[in-house]
Ligand binder design. Structure first.
Ligand code: NAD
Length: 261
């Protein structure tokens, strides 16, 4: 069983205790680590995902670690009405959302020369559009709370593009633009909007599909810190950006990638 790493001994942010956190794509990978990290902070955590089985497995794993059960809802984030409904349901059950993390994505690779319009639009529907509409939906809640933090997960691939990811990278670059625009428009309500750009994170899926031993050896030549980037490395940055410790940080793009050379 893959371990999402232990969050024991990690910094505890007093400001996160009791806050309502909404995470998209929380069932596996970085999202699962985010769910765990915020539960450890004694926040009220809600997440959505399309993968029911993985979500159930995560909830079981969290219970075994003695953590409270997060609020899980099945939701395909490309269905904006369903996404809005999930957000309102969390508001009803856990109160106004204080932290939104747009993490869900599909990094399906398509041969660029034969990428179809349907594939292009479907990619943006999952990877880009929900980032804007979820933020638009939570804005009145955050305003009512006197502020909030929106964290959008982009990718270092916006700077160093691997092959056959044009649609995905267009979405991830779009996320950087949306984040800047929303940071401007929501700033007067004390709502902060930042992007995280992870490097290649060794999730179970990446290890199974792409991050072979050879790829990893190549990667180690291109990063300063010669070790694997874990899902918890991204979660730690998200905790900081969600907390009041980063109260004057907004409209930023923060890279966590071991230092690309
Ligand atoms: N893993 C990496 O190396 C890496 C690098 C840079 C950026 N990122 C970004 O970090 C985030 C998390 O990546 P990950 O590697 O953990 O991904 P992952 O594929 O392991 O997990 C993504 C989660 O989103 C869910 N999801 C996919 N489509 C969905 C949909 N339409 N509606 C709801 N949920 C959906 C999946 O079921 C899964 O649980 C993504 O935004 C990704 O682009 C990852």
């Amino acid at each position: 069983m893959y371990s999402y790493s232990s969050h024991e001994g990690y910094t505890r942010y007093a400001s996160l205790k009791g806050r309502t956190i909404f995470i998209t794509g929380g069932a596996t990978g970085i999202g699962a680590s985010l769910v765990e990290a915020f539960l450890v902070q004694e926040a009220s955590v809600a997440f959505v995902d399309v993968d029911l089985e993985a979500a159930a497995e995560l909830c079981k794993l969290l219970a075994e670690k003695g953590l409270p059960r997060p609020l899980f809802q099945v939701c395909d984030v490309s269905d904006i009405n369903a996404l809005r409904e999930s957000i309102y349901n969390v508001q009803k059950q856990l109160g106004n959302i204080s932290v939104l993390i747009n993490n869900a994505a599909n990094d399906q690779r398509y041969e660029t020369h034969s990428l179809t319009e349907a594939q292009w639009h479907q990619g943006l529907a999952v990877n880009l559009h929900p980032v804007f509409f979820s933020a638009q939906t939570v804005q009145p809640m955050m305003k009512a709370l006197g502020g909030g933090s929106i964290i959008n997960i982009s990718s270092i691939n916006t700077h160093f593009s691997p092959p056959n990811l044009a649609g995905y990278i267009a979405a991830k670059a779009g996320i950087l633009g949306i984040s800047k625009a929303l940071a401007t428009d929501f700033g007067a309500d004390n709502i902060r909007v930042n992007s995280i750009l992870p490097g290649w994170v060794a999730t179970p899926k990446q290890l199974e599909k792409w991050l072979s031993q050879d790829e990893e050896a190549e990667l180690m030549k291109r990063i300063c810190l010669k070790r694997r980037l874990g899902t918890h490395d991204v979660a730690k940055l998200a905790l900081f950006l969600a907390s009041d410790d980063s109260a004057m940080i907004t409209s930023q793009e923060l890279v966590v990638d071991g230092g690309r050379i």
